[in-house]
Write a protein that binds this ligand. Sequence first.
Ligand SMILES: Nc1nc2c(ncn2[C@@H]2O[C@H](COP(=O)(O)OP(=O)(O)OP(=O)(O)O)[C@@H](O)[C@H]2O)c(=O)[nH]1
Ligand SMILES: [Mg+2]
Length: 604
Amino acid sequence: MLWYFNARSPNKVKWSIIITLSHAYMLQFIQLLNQRYQSVLNQPGNESGKSDYQQRIDQLILTEAFLRKGQLDNALPKQPLQITVVGPTQAGKSSVVNVLLNSDVAGVSPLAGYTIHPQGFCLGINLDDCSGLQRYFGRFQQLQQAQMPRDRHDCYSLTETTLASALLPHCVLWDTPDFDSIDSAVYREGVIRTMALADIIILVVSKEKYADQSVWDMMAALEPLHQPTVICLNKLSEGSEALLIESLKEKWQLARKDNFPDVVSLYYQKQTGLPVWPVAQQGLLKRLATKVAAKNQVRYEQDLLQKHWQTWLEPVIAEHQALNAWQAWVDEAIKQALEHYQRDYLNHPRHYETFQRALAELLTLLEVPGLAGVLTGARKVLTWPVRKMFMLGRNRGPVADSSQEIILLNQIAEHLLIQLADKLLDKTEEGSQRLWWKEFGSLLRRQRPGILQDFSGAAKNYHLGFQQEVEKTAQRLYGKLQEQPLVLNSLRATRVTTDAAAIALTIHLGGIGVHDLIFAPAMLTITSLLAESAIGSYMHKIEHELKQQQLRTVKKVLFVDSICLKLLALPEQLSTQAHFNISPEQLQAVEHQLIEKRHGLRLL
Ligand SMILES: Nc1nc2c(ncn2[C@@H]2O[C@H](COP(=O)(O)OP(=O)(O)OP(=O)(O)O)[C@@H](O)[C@H]2O)c(=O)[nH]1
Ligand SMILES: [Mg+2]
């Protein structure tokens, strides 16, 4: 039979699986959002928008609970009917519960805020049939009705009742705490969870309380849940009924778009101390129970999410905008830094020395005759072949610290971070997201020395590593020279080459800096000799290639890997206490689920 069903409706089966998966994902996201709202709200100094945030937290609790209700219905389709009695304090909720159950199981008291826990009463239902409820209530613990402590608000009770009721179908009937007293803030979550669980809502209001804004805010919040509703107008006195119902209707129509529900007028019976349920409406709840089966939970969940999505995500999006601004500044700053590097180093006629280092390497490859003689004057112990000595010098490594390029790169990095810090400072004085920018500014300040130190280390490594490219360039030039024996021989024969090679060697031995080499007259002469020779254009070409390669390397290794990526990752380190810190990717993933789900619905 099951196979037959699957074969007939393959789409239905597939989509119900997808919906279940995305359900869990969405539930997690709603929980995360709720948790972030709560911690942001509790931050000192975050006074503005407190009531807005509180309202959103309530909406998120309601939505989370409603999604859980969907999960419960999916996992255990034969759940007992759930009816929840809600209303402002002292409206007579517990009294109405007793009337409906024909008993006195719900505690009644003239003290406001007497009921502080959700209390379920099972009518015609075994406790065993309610096993799914513990999962629904999550962190709320199920306790015996009499054992629920007044200083704990994360618990609920389930009690079997044995008396028959003429007014109710078999169900779990829930008495709930109020949602309007000052104390209600601490037990509000229990009320909201029990409301979301309801298949039917019974709103109890008294003539004193029916006009309170809190009542109609709550009714408006419940509208997307599409629960069949009954209003009990309690504590009525003769003659006031018609006027009150008219006024109730107006309030309802202001708060909600769906039809005004049935109103049950309850008059007090002195002898029993209980309100009396009118005989004409005895079958009302049983009738409503038959309408429950026609609901469409998945679509209602979707409606609820759609209704609040934009508002909930407002502060998350504002952080993303701040994040975008930050990314744009970092990109711009990196762009400027690279321009600076090109202008003041790569394209600077007096500062650029990398290619000259390649020429110096070339000189070491030429094996210039007579070099030993020149060097003997300068150094005591010198042995031929010169190449060997160069190797010796190479072991010391190029003197990176004193390199013009390294000095400049460090300056550029420092300038870049100062510039960004200044921009952040401006933002902390502007209106929106000031707290975000403020914390971000101090985060950058704390990380700046570390970033600069890492940059400086990376610059040194780059410089040492790039020596390979310099040597490769020298080899290429040498190879080209070998194709031009005339040029090669005349170079070898020139006295000035010997001088230049001697200087190049001295650099290797740590005697002088590279910069001195570039401006040594002998070196300048060699450069122009080569430039005017048959390999002149080749030399320009590979100088250009070397520069391109250098720019790419500096960009990637230094400005992207060592600065840009670190700066862009900084926002992740902002406190999740004071900020939402939900990444655009996280949001995108969950919004995708929202669309998938909607898409799924169309197929179902
Ligand atoms: N005069 C009159 N008093 C009523 C009526 N219904 C309930 N009461 C009294 O109103 C008080 C509060 O009733 P409850 O049923 O405890 O009200 P509740 O809405 O559950 O109150 P909380 O649990 O505190 O939110 C009690 O003292 C009841 O006896 C009524 O119809 N008329
Ligand atoms: Mg009560």
